[in-house]
Design a protein around this ligand. Sequence first.
Ligand code: PRP
Ligand code: MN
Ligand code: MG
Length: 179
Amino acid sequence: MLNDIQEVLYDEGQIQAKVKELGETLSRDFGGRNPLVICVLKGAFVFMSDLVKKMSIPLEIDFMAVSSYGQSTKSSGVVKIIKDLDASVEGRDVLIVEDIIDSGLTLSYLIDVLERRNAKSVTVATLFDKPARRAVDLEADYTGFSLPDEFVVGYGLDYAEQYRNLPFIGILKPEVYQK
Ligand code: PRP
Ligand code: MN
Ligand code: MG
């Protein structure tokens, strides 16, 4: 598995330091608002787990599973809800937690859904961003790292469902997805 990585972009220590910083900022900004923190499965589960442990305020968590990539390395543009929220977002301050924004299609769809369900506010925190790949005009409210336009895996991000468990983020060797 480690053999398939061409280059580590951010190691475990760098990621954990950034997650701590984001968690402290979010704690300040969401203190007293009891936010509903939504993990966008599957990719965001690692970031979500680390992030909420750095948020020292009352909050609730929920999960939503959407998928746009399938087995491909390119977004199909079609977003599918695979698992919906258990909680109602009506009147809630919602914080969407994502691992990465690429085209922005997943998030623009999700934001739209949550706004139509009358969330009081919808805020986005993403650990990674690939601004070069944006297909819609969308910026996260909180971003950890900006990444180059390379196929990256680890810390929740997959290629064909593999590599999510790597504690760092790295560039996948092209021969892995070209074969
Ligand atoms: C990935 C990633 C984001 C989304 C970003 O999820 O985790 O959710 O793509 O791409 P976009 O900005 O172009 O929409 P994916 O659809 O691969 O599902 P997964 O989280 O289960 O891997
Ligand atoms: Mn995802
Ligand atoms: Mg994926």
